[in-house]
Design a binder for this molecule. Structure first.
Ligand code: PHE
Length: 378
């Protein structure tokens, strides 16, 4: 029991004796030093600086001292608590630094390791080229139109002014879809073929909607060719149709010139038209484009031969012309009011000369070693 207040001496109060305060401080410092981790340090912090810690309890005793003794005891306790807090902060910083260094090592990611061994594949260059062409035309306001690959003979031929006995029908070397077979008899004609071009999609567009009509029809088409370096029974086309009031061949030519500039870039790219015949266009033309490699410089110039165009200066692209009025009529469009132009070409052929692909079979075999060098062009 402490002596009465009058003779109260802080030295006599057990908890406030200098050696006691020192002991409390040293114990706290020792506990912090012994804390091997941040959790242990937290425990030590509560034990030595919390409200129930010896130093906090000693501090409370000060209030009971006579005024003259308060200052000295307060200074002693305050210094001890200051030392304890500084030691705590220093140990805290030390342990946090240790933890950060450890985490950096333990959670390090080796960015040189292969992240995934599954090959990602690549889009087929025919798809990317076809989409590039679509982009050129959608930028001009054209719509992309698609249709079925098994198509009625009427849409694939008749509506396009290719009558049943028309020689062009033979030239297309068509795959016919067999109809139901009568018992013991021949299979009946089904009236359905694998489309030989994407022109029936243009017919469908005209039947569906009123002009003005600006559509581009990409898609897979079929002809009975054997697979060799320059032929394939399944190939891809892009065909285009514009129907509006007052369209002329000048519009067709301007559109073609724009397309080859957009696809092949640079100065001097243009097209030329050579008279030809298609039942669905009148007049009709074969379209060539300036060779995008030599730009015509190889013509008559033995010092600068060009493999891409065989030094002819031009590369054949496909067919085109003004839509035959008979086709417009068959599709419910008034040829007295509207005119139209159309063209079509094969994507495989364009891929061959645009990227120096020498064998068409490479495009259909599905070997990723062929497609991968084209990259993931979007
Ligand atoms: N449809 C023709 C073909 O496949 C190409 C073509 C389209 C020609 C439009 C002229 C106009 O051979």
């Amino acid at each position: 029991m402490s002596a009465p207040n009058k003779s109260y001496d802080p030295v006599e109060v057990e908890a406030l004796k200098p050696e006691e305060i020192e002991r409390m401080r040293d114990e706290a410092l020792a506990a912090f030093a012994a804390a091997g981790g941040l959790d242990a340090l937290h425990e030590a912090k509560i034990a030595h600086t919390g409200p129930a810690s010896p130093l906090a309890l000693a501090n409370r005793e000060i209030g009971a001292l006579p005024p003259h003794a308060k200052a000295e005891a307060g200074k002693r306790v305050g210094q001890a608590r200051g030392a304890v807090n500084r030691s705590l902060a220093a140990r805290q910083a030390e342990l946090e630094a240790e933890r950060d260094a450890r985490v950096l090592v333990e959670e390090a990611v080796d960015v040189t390791l292969p992240y995934d061994r599954t090959p990602s594949g690549a889009r087929h260059p025919l798809t990317t080229l076809s989409e590039r062409i679509e982009d050129v035309f959608t930028a001009m306001g054209y719509e992309v139109a698609e249709g079925p690959e098994a198509e009625t003979e009427w849409l694939n031929f008749d509506a396009l002014n290719i009558a049943a006995d028309h020689p062009a029908r033979g030239e297309h070397d068509t795959f016919f879809v067999r109809g139901a077979r009568r018992p013991g008899g021949e299979a009946a004609g089904s009236g359905v073929v694998l489309r030989t071009h994407t022109s029936p999609v243009q017919v469908r567009s005209m039947l569906d909607r009123e002009p003005p009509l600006y559509v581009i029809c990409p898609g897979r088409v079929y002809r009975t060719d054997d697979l060799d370096a320059t032929h394939t029974p399944v190939f891809h086309q892009v065909e285009l149709l514009a129907v509006d009031e007052g369209l002329t061949m000048a519009d067709l030519k301007g559109t073609l010139d724009h397309m080859v500039r957009a696809l092949f870039g640079g100065e001097g790219m243009q097209t030329r038209l050579r008279p030809n015949f298609f039942p669905f266009t009148e007049p009709s033309a074969e379209m060539d484009m300036v060779c995008y490699v030599c730009r015509g410089e190889s013509v008559g110039n033995p010092d600068r031969p060009c493999r891409t165009c065989s030094s002819e200066g031009w590369i054949e692209l496909g067919g085109c012309g003004m839509v035959n009025p008979k086709v417009l009529t068959a599709c419910g469009v008034d040829p007295g009011k509207y005119s139209g132009f159309a063209f079509g070409f094969g994507i495989e052929r364009m891929l061959m000369f645009r990227h120096n692909v020498e064998d068409m079979r490479d495009m259909v075999e599905g070997d990723v070693r062929f497609t991968r060098p084209f990259g993931m062009e979007i």
